[in-house]
Structure formats: C-alpha cells, structure tokens
Design a protein around this ligand. Structure first.
Ligand SMILES: *[C@@H]1O[C@H](CO)[C@@H](O)[C@H](O)[C@H]1NC(C)=O
Ligand SMILES: *[C@@H]1O[C@H](CO)[C@@H](O)[C@H](O)[C@H]1NC(C)=O
Ligand SMILES: *[C@@H]1O[C@H](CO)[C@@H](O)[C@H](O)[C@H]1NC(C)=O
Ligand SMILES: *[C@@H]1O[C@H](CO)[C@@H](O)[C@H](O)[C@H]1NC(C)=O
Ligand SMILES: *[C@@H]1O[C@H](CO)[C@@H](O)[C@H](O)[C@H]1NC(C)=O
Ligand SMILES: *[C@@H]1O[C@H](CO)[C@@H](O)[C@H](O)[C@H]1NC(C)=O
Length: 404
C-alpha cells in the first residue's frame, strides 16, 4: 500500500512537473514571440508591412542606413513612418505619413505604395528617387501633402496626382518632368503648386487663372505664354506668384492690380515689355516685387514706391527711363531696391545712351501687344515665331510685332 501510494504520488509529482515545465516553456516561448515577432496588430498595418517591404526592396542606395530598421511587422517603429488613428475608425492604428526628407535614398516608388491608403502626407524631398509615379497612388484618397521635390522623377506631368481628391499641397519642383501642364491642375482645389525647375514646356494653359491656390511657383521652366486679363480671377486667393524665367512675354495686364492679396510677385528673367501698370498701387499687401531682366520700359510709377508693405523692389535690367517722385530715393523709405541697367538719367550703372534712345523711339503699345482675350480657348497662346527668344539682344522689344 505504502509503495503504491508512493508510486502514485511520484507519478503525480512527475505529472505536475511536466505540466509546469510545459506551461513555463509555453509562457517563455510566448514571451519571446511577443518581444521579437508580435503579430501585426490589424489588417491595415499588415498591408502597410507588405507595401513597405516592397518599397525597401527597390531602395538601391541608403547611405545613412535610414531604412535599416525597416524589418518586422511593427511598421510604426520604422524610421520615417508615422502612424495615427484611422480617419475612419479611431481605434485602429494606421500608417498616415511617410517622411524621408533629405536622407539621400536612391530607388523608385513601387506599385505597392497604393496599399497605404490611409496616407495623409508623403515627404520625399531631397533624395535620389527616379522613374515615374505608380498609377496605384490614385488609391491614396486621404493624401493631403505630396512633396517629391529635389529628386530625379521623369516623364510627363504625373497626372495620377490629379486623381487625389484630398490633395492640397503639391510640390514637384527640382525634378525632370517635361511636356505640358494639364489644364486640370488648375481646376483642382489645391492650396499650393510648386513645379519650378523642371523641364515643362509649352504655354501656360488658359485655365491657369482658374486656380484657387495661394502659392503658385512656375519658375525655371520653358512655359511661354503671357498673363491674360483674366488673371484677376486669382484675386481672392493668390498670395505668391513666381514666374521667374518661364519665357513669359508681352505686357503685364492692368488686371494684375486686382490681386489684392498678393505678397510676392516675381516675374523676373522673362520677355515682358511695356510699362508697369498704374493699377499696381492696389497691391496693398505686396512685400516683394521683382521685375528684373525683362524689356519693360516707361515710368516707374510712384504708386508702387508707396505701397505700405513693400520691402524689396527689384527692377534692374529693363529700359525704365524715369522714376516718379519717391521712386528715385527708395532707400529713404527703407525699401531695398535695385534699379541698375535701365535708362535712368540721374542714376549710376545704366545702359548706354544709344540703347536707351532706341527704346524711347519705339515705346511698346500694350493695347496692341496685350495678352489675348480672357482665358478661354487658346487665344493667349503666342505662336513661337512671335516670342522673342530668352537670349535675344537688348533691342528685341522693338522687334515686337505690335511695333514693327
Ligand atoms: C551603414 O551600414 C553599413 C553596413 O552595416 C556600414 O558599413 C556603414 O558604415 C553604415 N553607414 C552609416 C552612415 O552608419
Ligand atoms: C473616437 O470615435 C468615437 C465615435 O466616432 C468618438 O465618440 C470618440 O470620442 C473618439 N475618440 C477619440 C479619442 O477621438
Ligand atoms: C487600395 O486600398 C485598399 C484598402 O486600403 C486595398 O485593399 C487595395 O488593394 C488598394 N489598391 C491598390 C491598387 O493598391
Ligand atoms: C532659365 O531656365 C532654363 C531652363 O528652362 C535654365 O537653363 C536657365 O539657366 C535659367 N536661367 C536663369 C537665369 O536662371
Ligand atoms: C531683393 O530681392 C532680390 C530679388 O529677389 C534679391 O536678389 C535681393 O537680395 C533682395 N534684397 C534684399 C536686401 O533682401
Ligand atoms: C534721399 O532721402 C534721404 C532721406 O530722406 C535724403 O537725405 C537724401 O538727400 C535723398 N536723396 C536724394 C538723391 O534725393
């Protein structure tokens, strides 16, 4: 009896031991799994994992090892990946941001990025991304900010961005996009459009003036065209218009004076002719005005020089022949200015008398040399033969068709 009970209690003890061991090993196994390989918390993050692994696979150079920690399903811990509660269900965590600004990564954007349908912002500024944008980006219905600036994207304007219903901020500057701008870019409800320093060409589409953006930067593209009177459509929204070096020609329309919210107007390095419209006195918020490197002429009107918020007025490299009133002494108003290389008799560093005499003999008549009618149809397109080339000699305003 005693031996039987001993055997039974021994068996019990062994059983308890086995149970304990197996449960503790299960616990420790479970613990280990929790520490190193947690299951993805929800299907959205599972999709994000697939997308980001596909993305990592097509990153060919990552000199700062920025994406080295893009391993395992916990995508919210990845460098540059931001998670927050879903727009649709605040109990579900989703990937809402990718910020890889300035990490010098080379690669391209894979189709799988379309899986990240909760993204609100993508910042890829200053990397070496190349190729074109995948069509699947049209799945990003919540995308608000897209910054692809300073990369090596190529091809025609990436029309996929036009299908993004929530997009407000579009920055494509410093890439190698080419071809024309689609008219739909300007009927989309964007707040800011940066397309400067690409290879876009052709005239600015007439629908350009339909934009409701507050900032439009076209600089350093070969766009051509001119500023139509319908530019006044911008009045309620536009605060910054930068058309530097975009082959814009003809006269500044008087309607530019209706853009009462404008703070920055930079039309330098173009082929503009004719005078500064007097209406510019209406730009009460204007802080920066740059007209330099055009072929403008006539009087610099006092209205500009007394604008209450003006801090910098640059109009060098034109053919202005007179500065009205205080315009001749802008520094006394605390306004930074540059009036060199004009035809201002009392100022230093002006053009030669000969060049200036020719300019005076052939004033530009903006009534005949304005930017065609009203922004509908293609009427403000100028046939290429009529557009003076950017590097034409200084006398080219007199070769303008309205004065020939
Ligand atoms: C990145 O990782 C590689 C390989 O582990 C290493 O040789 C290199 O020094 C790292 N670079 C930086 C900037 O940390
Ligand atoms: C989450 O959403 C529910 C229902 O839409 C709402 O009542 C709740 O206040 C929200 N919680 C947070 C933290 O936003
Ligand atoms: C778009 O997003 C949905 C859900 O977020 C996903 O199921 C679908 O596969 C995505 N489509 C593409 C083309 O990535
Ligand atoms: C104007 O833009 C062209 C490209 O369209 C560029 O080659 C040129 O250097 C720019 N000129 C200035 C003065 O920035
Ligand atoms: C005024 O504007 C011009 C053109 O943008 C710029 O080159 C110059 O540095 C500015 N001057 C001052 C004092 O800010
Ligand atoms: C410019 O204005 C300053 C200060 O108001 C004055 O001292 C100076 O004589 C003026 N210069 C010219 C050329 O009128």
């Amino acid at each position: 009896m005693a031996s039987t009970s001993f055997i039974i209690s021994l068996a019990l003890l062994i059983l308890i031991l086995i149970l304990h061991l197996s449960s503790s090993s299960a616990a420790s196994h479970h613990h280990r799994q929790h520490h190193h390989q947690p299951p993805p918390p929800n299907p959205k993050l599972q999709q994000a994992y697939i997308a980001l692994q596909a993305f990592k696979k097509v990153i060919y150079s990552d000199p700062h090892n920025f994406t080295t920690n893009w391993i395992g399903p916990n995508v919210c811990k990845y460098n540059g990946i931001y998670c927050s509660p879903s727009h649709y269900d605040n109990k579900t965590k989703v990937v809402t941001g990718i910020d890889l600004n300035g990490v010098d990564i080379a690669g391209y954007l894979p189709d799988e990025l379309g899986l990240l349908s909760d993204l609100a912002l993508i910042h890829l500024n200053s990397n070496r991304f190349c190729g074109i944008l995948p069509q699947t980006l049209s799945n990003l219905s919540l995308l608000f900010e897209l910054d692809l600036s300073n990369n090596r994207f190529v091809g025609p304007f990436p029309t996929v961005v036009l299908s993004l219903p929530s997009l407000k901020y579009l920055d494509l500057r410093y890439n190698e996009f080419e071809g024309s701008l689609p008219p739909q870019l300007f009927t989309k409800n964007l707040d800011a459009i940066f397309i400067n320093n690409n290879w876009f060409s052709n005239v600015v589409p007439p629908s350009f003036v339909k934009s409701t953006a507050s900032v439009i930067v076209f600089a350093n593209n070969k766009l051509g065209g001119c500023l139509p009177p319908s530019i006044s459509n911008f009045a309620n929204t536009l605060e910054e218009l930068l058309l530097i070096n975009t082959s814009v020609s003809r006269c500044l329309p008087p309607e530019v004076g209706y853009l009462y919210k404008l703070k920055v107007l930079d039309v330098s390095h173009n082929n503009l002719v004719g005078p500064i419209p007097y209406s510019i006195v209406g730009l009460a918020h204007l802080e920066q005005l740059n007209l330099a490197h055009n072929m403008m002429s006539g009087i610099v009107p006092m209205g500009v020089c007394v604008l209450p918020n003006l801090v910098n007025f640059t109009f060098s490299y034109n053919f202005f022949c007179e500065e009205e009133g205080i315009c001749g002494n802008l520094s006394s108003n605390g306004i930074a200015f540059d009036d060199r290389l004009n035809c201002l008799p009392e100022k230093p560093k002006q053009r030669s008398e000969k060049d200036c005499e020719l300019a005076l003999e052939h004033p530009v008549d903006c009534l005949h040399y304005h930017c065609g009618g009203g922004g509908s149809g293609g009427s403000n397109a100028i046939p290429p033969a009529m557009v003076p080339a950017a590097a034409t000699p200084l006398l080219s305003p007199y070769l303008a068709p309205g004065n020939a």
